[in-house]
Write a protein that binds this ligand. Structure first.
Ligand SMILES: [Zn+2]
Length: 328
């Protein structure tokens, strides 16, 4: 097991299992958010529904035996908009289309971005109080926040990303201060803008250099072959990758250039209704073990589960746990 985790006092079993971050929201919460947006209910009532949904997901993860839990992001609409709404310097932009038929409000950077004080640390504390397993702190990375926003203030993309990195760095500090030891900084945009990998690496340095935690970054759905092995320079301890959606074809690259960090290995497709059976997941883990030293390997789904149903998410995670137990 990773020396840094040991030093932080975290002891995980063989093939630690986690989730990428988001879980589907129960219907009562979706309804409450809509009611809140129409000013039919107040913030306190919405908050109580967000807490209830968070409780339910933590209880499920504990019962299922997930080793490193997540809060499920019940209090977030969108992973970028959540931070943009909280940070001075942003305006809510117009609706744009992202993947598939999903529309979201693309934020606009209109002034100097600032850290407003803890944005996620209270939710982390709340989630951690509900379970015995370590809960990951979950942040959206500055490079992705920049890439998914319009910039009307900073001279160029890199300057904007570095300014955002200073804000996210403060949030990392707040999480560590609250007691968080494992922090994931999602950077899905990295694999899409492969020409800017150096800038993305520099922003990650700005966020985490000198901070005492075990850091993970989640990257997904892009052209990994263009950024590997260079992406191993991202200064985190663990890179969480979507691998099953692309039929594990990254593994061939690991043969040429060994994966030098811990890896959280996606073994089920997060964007498919199909529930992968235990045998298929065992086979994927077996293949992973051929290319990655066993003490570097963590297991999870490919990506967040917010587009799956609650039942599909649980079925996929239950099968992951059954497969991992067979190896243990
Ligand atoms: Zn993802």
């Amino acid at each position: 097991m990773n020396q840094k985790l040991k030093k932080l006092g975290i002891d995980l079993p063989f093939l630690p299992v986690t989730s990428v971050g988001s879980f589907p929201k129960p219907r009562y919460l979706t309804k409450a958010r809509a009611d809140f947006n129409k000013q039919r209910i107040n913030k306190e009532l919405l908050y109580s529904f967000e807490q209830k949904a968070t409780d339910e997901w933590l209880a499920y993860q504990q019962k299922a035996g997930i080793d490193v839990a997540v809060d499920g992001e019940m209090y977030r609409g969108d992973m970028v908009a959540f931070f943009a709404e909280n940070m001075p310097g942003f305006d809510k932009g117009g609706l744009v289309r992202s993947y598939g038929n999903r529309f979201y409000y693309k934020p606009i950077i209109v002034g100097e971005v600032k850290w407003p004080g803890p944005m996620t640390a209270d939710w982390w504390k709340y989630a951690q109080s509900k379970t015995d397993s370590p809960v990951k702190g979950m942040l959206t990375g500055p490079y992705t926040i920049m890439d998914w926003s319009f910039n009307e203030h900073y001279d160029d993309r890199e300057t904007a990303a570095l300014a955002l990195a200073d804000c996210i760095r403060d949030e990392v500090g707040a999480l560590i201060e609250a007691g968080c030891k494992i922090i994931q900084i999602d950077e899905p945009a990295i694999s899409v803008r492969t020409d800017e990998l150096d800038a993305a690496i520099e922003t990650m340095h700005r966020v985490i250099d000198g901070q005492e935690a075990y850091f993970i970054t989640h990257i997904c759905y892009g052209t990994f072959e263009k950024i590997y092995p260079k992406m191993l320079d991202i200064p985190v301890d663990n890179i969480d990758l979507e691998l099953s959606n692309s039929n594990l074809n990254m593994l061939e690259m690991f043969k040429k250039h060994p994966f030098t960090k811990d890896i959280t290995f996606g073994v089920v497709d997060s964007h498919s209704h199909k529930i992968e059976d235990v045998e298929m997941i065992k086979d994927r883990i077996k293949q992973a073990l051929r290319y990655i030293p066993e003490n570097q390997l963590w297991i999870d789904p490919d990506c967040g589960f917010k587009t799956r149903s609650i039942e599909e998410s649980k079925d996929k995670l239950d099968n992951i746990m059954a497969a991992v137990r067979a190896f243990r």
